[in-house]
Design a binder for this molecule. Structure first.
Ligand code: C2E
Ligand code: MG
Ligand code: MG
Ligand code: MG
Length: 295
């Protein structure tokens, strides 16, 4: 009976697997197409100075206008990110879009602070990632200090570690800042903070979105520990994924420097930035915050 059952499971499994593989292949070819169509766009989410309520900058997050399925988030095109070549091309496209947006904002006097982009292992595997970034900044006449590079700890291990170290040192000495993303979820090793030029730690949203205002649970303990680690190393902290006023109050109470999350704003299209820049930090901005309805 067990054998028959096993066979039945296999029979059910195979068509499902085929559908999944076909779906993935379709997504990949769609993603290649998207690169040609210029339908890859950055959305921007603000980062707020938690003590003053002022805007400190934005994170650029990849969105993809799919002709049939509408606006897609990175999770939907995860398959594209697994393809190294495609992933590096996506970053190239993102970076050129981001630099064009920054250039326009500089020319039109939109005080955006700085912009952070996300780099992945695929980007570092090409030895010239740092040079390309600096070249792009130079060509657009943008000071490197206005661009931040976010990396996760996954890029610090394995074959590309040396490449990563060289690249981060290059962009850092040119004036760009480096942020360690999703801190606490990866191969968190404190040596990374010494070995690599890290200016900012981003506390992973999985800790922050769990905060309830209470000080005595694990997420609170971890959040607090990361913030005090940052403080003693002279590294700024950003709490990602702030959704409620209670979470905002809590990370501020712990001395966290900056915050990012749906409470302040969801990621927005570039065209909406000038208006957002005006409203953030304006009188009454902090007291007027309302937790968003989370769908
Ligand atoms: P990340 O870099 O950690 O980006 C933060 C993610 O958290 C974003 O998701 C953002 O929309 C989401 N988020 C922000 N505030 C909140 C909140 O209050 N609550 C919740 N639940 N979520 C919040 P998104 O845009 O879907 O991006 C997911 C991940 O995809 C990013 O995580 C990053 O690892 C990756 N990604 C995004 N854009 C790029 C890119 O251009 N290149 C690369 N290599 N990776 C990217
Ligand atoms: Mg990020
Ligand atoms: Mg993150
Ligand atoms: Mg993340």
């Amino acid at each position: 009976a067990a054998k028959a059952e096993g066979r039945a499971t296999v029979r059910r499994f195979v068509p499902e697997m085929r559908t999944a593989i076909e779906k993935r292949a379709k997504m990949l070819s769609d993603a290649r197409q998207a690169l040609n169509d210029a339908s890859v766009v950055p959305f921007y989410q603000p980062k707020i100075d938690l003590s003053t309520g002022q805007l400190t900058g934005f994170e650029a997050l990849l969105r993809w206008h799919h002709s049939a399925h509408g606006l897609q988030s990175p999770a939907k095109i995860a398959a594209a990110f697994e393809d190294m070549e495609l992933s590096a091309l996506l970053t190239e496209r993102m970076v050129s879009r981001v630099l064009a947006d920054m250039k326009l904002w500089l020319e039109t006097g939109v005080g955006f602070g700085s912009v952070a982009i996300n780099g992945s292992a695929a980007d570092f595997r090409r030895g010239d990632f740092g040079d390309r970034l600096l070249e792009g900044l130079h060509r657009a006449d943008i000071p490197p200090s206005l661009l931040e590079l976010e990396v996760t700890e996954t890029v610090f291990v394995g074959q590309i570690a040396e490449q990563v170290e060289r690249t981060l040192k290059l962009v850092s000495s040119a004036g760009m800042t480096v942020a360690l993303d999703d801190f606490g979820t990866g191969y968190a090793s404190l040596t990374h903070l010494r070995q690599f030029p890290v200016d900012v730690i981003k506390i992973d949203q999985s800790f922050v979105t769990q905060l309830t205002g209470a000080d005595d649970d694990e997420d609170a303990a971890i959040t607090r520990a990361v913030i005090s680690l940052g403080q003693s190393l002279g590294i700024k902290c950003v709490a990602e994924g702030i959704e409620t006023l209670a979470q905002f109050d809590q990370v501020r109470r712990y001395g966290c420097d900056m915050g990012q999350g749906f409470l302040f704003s969801r990621p927005l299209a570039a065209s909406r930035l000038p208006a957002l820049v005006k409203s953030v930090g304006a009188p009454g901005y902090l007291s007027g915050l309302h937790p968003p309805r989370l769908s």
